[in-house]
Design a binder for this molecule. Structure first.
Ligand code: 9MR
Length: 595
């Protein structure tokens, strides 16, 4: 070692020592701001995959990766972001991809900040990925959550839903108003205790697609739920809880599907077993019926592989999917318009509307699932697969791409019935992925998500997750690792590399939501919220009238249990997050940039 080298080495070590002392003595009064200046995935990184942190500084300085309470193992130079954030400030990017040794670390930027601790190891996101699916167990209606599965979040069962009233809007001769049906099980939708078919549709399907896309990996995911060990993969066991409820939402008289099972007004903030408001099924609608058809068609092909464990289920799912499809063909334009319904029928229903009045995308999705399951080209007859050139990232009211994903990953099985539009569909999906990827590396947080302020609306975190899912689909079609890496960037966004410095998943990360708008988390007397739940995230809309600290798009977030427009949780947000986190775990070896 030359003298010069050893001198700078010693100075370097001393300055890091002083900085570490300063940082730790600041802990009690200044920790937050030190750590707020560095934004990274608060859980960690795969050894040979990209590793990026973002530093809120205009300075051109160095950064160090240090073993917790140990030596510096990596020194790098910060690089200014090409574009500014939504406020107008550039950030500084710390790229430590080339450091790959497993361990527990912090990042230090002299005079600027120190990061939360993070880990480098294989399968580093396994626990959070598991938790994102286990979250559905915690959302179960009609069953007590036992301590051996739920730990400190054990609770009594709520909403048995064995006596559910037919709302006057849903009355038929065979099922008159105020008679009752039984419609137990299912997942609560969100912070509220209602069960909505439209939102259940996309959520259930996204989890089923996770299984279909990564069957070998998903068989290894053990969730410790009551059905575990029954020879059915746990993700499917969990889906079955909701599927069995969805099946009860179809009117056997005509095949139409009730839009939702709901109270007239939202329950109070109380535990599920305390809630005693009457429950109704309300008006049937085209969106609910087609979403039901799509999910049941998908279920049919998946559960057909479990004839011993689930005898007859695949057939009845397909049968019910067909009945729903026929109803929708006869009733192609029945919107759920809650205001209009309330003018005609009583009691008025004021819970979540999930109203939609364009069903082009629902027809495409249901037809695609039915075609893929049956290979019968009749379903696609009369369906224009390319009604326009828009490629909206999926959400509860935009499901066209769910149909495209399904068609594109099953092309090998179509034979002579392959739809002529397939090459164009593939091109559009890859073009979409290219448009997402383009310029992501120029942004302040190095993510697809912070390319556009339009991403920051109600449930913005699900936009980040659903962009990730679209990128994984593109990766599966093309094998191009750039899509996979950008999907990982959006996962890093969710887990801390973002405009607020929150890891938006309850219980996973150092700075996480403690007060989600989620009735059990607020009412159970347990300090920690129910784990594994993705909150909605930044949304300057403030539809809940709770003032967020900043209306800058990616900062418009508050950890307040009244803030349902920014801090609620929901099954349709957790599902793409579960898809993304588990897909990245399954594909971690494909993220390699270092050998
Ligand atoms: O996620 C839904 C969002 O897209 C809508 O803009 C919003 C208002 O209609 O409703 C959101 O969904 C909520 C639903 O209506 C009721 N359960 C909680 C859902 C998440 O906030």
């Amino acid at each position: 070692m030359s003298n010069k080298y050893s001198r700078s080495f010693i100075i370097n070590r001393v300055s890091i020592f002083i900085l570490t002392i300063t940082l730790f003595t600041q802990k009690s009064f200044g920790q937050q701001s030190w750590q707020q200046n560095t934004r990274l995935n608060q859980i960690g990184f795969y050894p040979n995959a990209p590793k990026t942190a973002v530093v809120l500084t205009g300075k051109d300085t160095v950064f160090y990766i240090q073993i917790i309470n140990g030596k510096t193992v990596f020194t790098g130079n910060l690089k200014k972001s090409v574009k500014p954030d939504f406020v107008g400030n550039t950030t500084a990017i710390a790229d430590f991809t080339n450091y790959s040794k497993p361990g527990k670390y912090i990042m230090i930027v002299p005079d600027v900040g120190v990061s939360y601790p993070f880990e480098i190891k294989n399968s580093v996101l396994k626990e959070v990925a598991n938790a994102s699916i286990k979250a559905y167990y915690f959302m179960r209606a009609s069953i007590p959550l036992e301590e051996k599965y739920a730990g400190k979040w054990a609770r009594a069962g709520g909403h048995p839903d064995t006596v559910v009233l037919i709302h006057p809007s849903a009355a038929t001769d065979k099922r008159p108003a105020w008679t009752t049906i039984s419609s137990p099980r299912g997942w609560y939708d969100a912070g509220d205790y209602n069960k909505y078919i439209v939102n259940s549709g996309i959520s259930t399907s996204t989890l089923l697609s996770l299984y279909e896309d990564f069957p070998a990996y998903m068989k290894t995911v053990k969730l410790n739920i009551p059905e575990s060990g029954n020879n059915i993969p746990d993700i499917l066991n969990e889906v079955l809880w909701n599927l069995r409820w969805m099946l009860t939402m179809q009117d056997p008289g005509d095949g139409g599907v009730y839009h939702k099972l709901t109270n007239a007004i939202f329950d109070k903030f109380e535990m599920p077993d305390k809630a005693a408001e009457p429950r109704f099924v309300v008006q049937k609608g085209t969106a609910a019926t087609l979403d039901f058809a799509a999910v049941m068609a998908q279920c049919s092909r998946i559960f057909r592989k479990f004839p011993k464990e689930l005898p007859g289920l695949a057939d009845s799912c397909l049968n019910d999917a067909n009945k729903a499809w026929d109803w929708a063909a006869k009733n192609p334009d029945v919107a759920y318009n809650q205001d209009a319904m309330n003018k005609k029928f009583s009691p008025p229903i004021t819970t979540g509307a999930y109203g939609d009045n364009n069903f082009t995308d629902e027809f495409i999705w249901a037809a695609s699932e039915l075609f893929v399951t049956t290979k019968d080209p009749q379903y696609l007859k009369g369906i224009n697969l390319l009604p326009d050139n828009r490629m909206p990232i999926p959400s509860w009211n935009q499901v066209k791409l769910l149909g495209y994903y399904t068609l594109l990953k099953n092309t090998d099985s179509f034979g002579k019935n392959a739809p002529g539009e397939l090459p164009e569909l593939k091109k559009r999906l890859l073009d979409l992925a290219d448009s997402l990827v383009k310029g992501a590396d120029e942004t302040a947080y190095q993510t697809v998500m912070d390319k556009s302020k339009r991403n920051f609306n109600w449930g913005s975190n699900s936009v980040a997750a659903n962009e990730g899912v679209a990128l994984i689909q593109a990766y599966k079609l093309s094998n191009d690792p750039k899509y996979l890496r950008c999907a990982l960037d959006n996962l890093d966004y969710i887990l801390g590399r973002n405009g607020t410095g929150y890891s938006y998943v309850t219980g996973y990360g150092s700075k996480t939501p403690m007060h989600p708008h989620h009735r059990p988390s607020v009412s159970d007397g347990v300090v920690d919220p129910v784990p594994g739940l993705l909150v909605g995230g930044p949304n300057p809309g403030m539809q809940d009238h709770i003032k967020v600290p900043s209306t800058v798009p990616d900062e418009a977030y508050i950890d307040d249990d009244r803030a349902y427009a920014a801090n609620e949780i929901a099954i349709n947000w957790n599902a793409p997050f579960a898809y993304l986190a588990n897909a990245i775990e399954a594909l971690q070896n494909k993220l390699k940039t270092v050998n």
